[in-house]
Design a protein around this ligand. Structure first.
Ligand code: SF4
Length: 399
């Protein structure tokens, strides 16, 4: 019987680097480099030909970086290679991440024709001064134009990313961002709180650090997000993700439920055949390696996939996921969802009752009101989500 897999495609290019960003992305690369990179991606996809026939693809996520910097011909090329190699489920969710200002009508039509059926637009804030401070290239009007153009091109599944806890952000400006986004009625909203990452310009800017709202304000923004989005008809289905009924992101659900996925491209991570592995992070080494190789995985087994000559060079890390690590991940990732984890799913996967492994921790947190056991489901309460870092760490088996 065929199994399900999801695919992630990494596009590591941005028009400019935002000041808070530590994602694997570069600005200022030439169009020639982008072309070579896309050819390399296609080569990497092709490497999976012998294993692909065992699988049906249920979601694809083209992320970055700013994938929408690539014109429709390049995205069409990537999608053609995926279709040539893998079988896609009929309702396969296919997302592309986009920044306002990069979406033109022709490009959107091309994406649609290539099979993309979900767009994730990074707005972050509706306040132009704030966008400038973040180092974002676009303004709010460009978001409006991009959103409308996506709808006109027929996209019926759109996510908008917003951020709270930004330097200088007030409750008033944050509420204004949410209200403006709600006016567009996207199917999905991701609402993250800014994290200051080491090595970014923000981390080394004392004025920025001083202007980050105090925890009390950040906390109020978090409560406001929940309240306003619930009132707008969005269900919170994960700590930071809200969707209209039926529009939960299938691709992210695969990550949170321990499903298999293959990542293509620079730095991309995979969880496949019981192993977690990630690709090298140097772009020209990646391109050179893929340009050199014409080999496929002639016959498949785990050793072949991970340790033939090409793939050994391609991988930056490979971790075999033994049963303890898989149980830990099942809990860490599953408890991020509002519906939590399923007791019967745990038993089916690990041939043990969840209480046999985690009984004392579950009893401790349910007694204290941080978790609820409701029939088959076990999930965090609001109080539990507030201290989720501490709770989730308690599910480590090797403490
Ligand atoms: S657009 Fe996204 S990936 Fe690119 S620099 Fe900004 S935050 Fe990072």
């Amino acid at each position: 019987m065929k199994k399900y897999v999801s695919l992630y495609v990494h596009i590591p290019f941005c028009a400019v680097k935002c000041k808070y960003c530590d994602f694997l992305s570069f600005d200022g690369e030439s169009y020639g480099t982008m072309l070579r990179y896309v050819d390399s991606l296609c080569q990497e996809i092709k490497l999976y030909t012998p294993v692909a026939e065992e699988y049906i693809v249920r979601s694809i996520f083209i992320g970055g970086g700013t994938p929408s910097l690539l014109d429709e011909a390049l995205i069409t090329n990537i999608m053609a290679f995926i279709r040539k190699t893998f079988t896609l489920e009929k309702n396969c969710e296919i997302t592309i991440e986009a920044n306002p200002g990069t979406l033109r009508h022709q490009k959107l039509n091309g994406y649609k024709a290539a099979g993309i059926n979900r767009i994730s637009i990074g707005l972050q804030s509706a306040d132009d001064d704030m966008l400038r401070r973040l180092g974002r290239l676009h303004n709010y009007d460009q978001f409006v134009a991009s959103f409308k153009a996506a709808r006109r091109a027929g996209f019926q599944n759109i996510n908008v990313d917003i951020m709270s806890g930004l330097p200088g952000q007030t409750i008033h400006t944050y509420v204004d961002t949410i209200s403006r986004v709600l006016d567009f009625s996207p199917e999905h909203i991701s609402a993250y709180s800014l994290q200051i990452e080491e090595g970014t310009p923000f981390a080394n800017d004392p004025q920025i650090l001083e202007d980050i709202p105090p925890e009390m304000i950040d906390r109020r923004m978090y409560e406001i997000t929940k309240k306003l989005l619930a009132a707008g008809g969005y269900e919170r289905y994960e700590f930071s993700n809200y969707a209209k009924p039926g529009y939960e992101c299938k691709h992210n659900m695969v990550y949170w439920t321990g499903g298999e996925y293959i990542g293509f491209g620079l730095g991309a991570s995979s969880y496949f055949k019981g192993k977690r592995f990630s690709n090298m992070r140097d772009i020209f080494s990646y391109i050179d390696l893929m340009e050199e190789t014409t080999e496929k995985f002639v016959t498949y087994d785990d050793m072949e996939l991970l340790f033939n000559e090409t793939t050994a060079k391609l991988r930056q890390s490979v971790t075999t996921m033994y049963v303890d690590s898989r149980m830990e991940e099942f809990m860490f990732l599953g408890l991020r969802m509002m519906c939590g984890v399923s007791r019967s799913d745990f038993e089916e996967r690990f041939k043990k009752d969840i209480y046999e492994v985690y009984g004392p921790v579950l009893n401790k947190y349910t007694d204290q009101g941080f978790m609820v056991v409701d029939g088959d489901r076990i999930y965090l309460t609001d109080k539990g989500i507030d201290v989720s870092n501490v709770i989730l760490a308690d599910f480590l088996l090797d403490k």
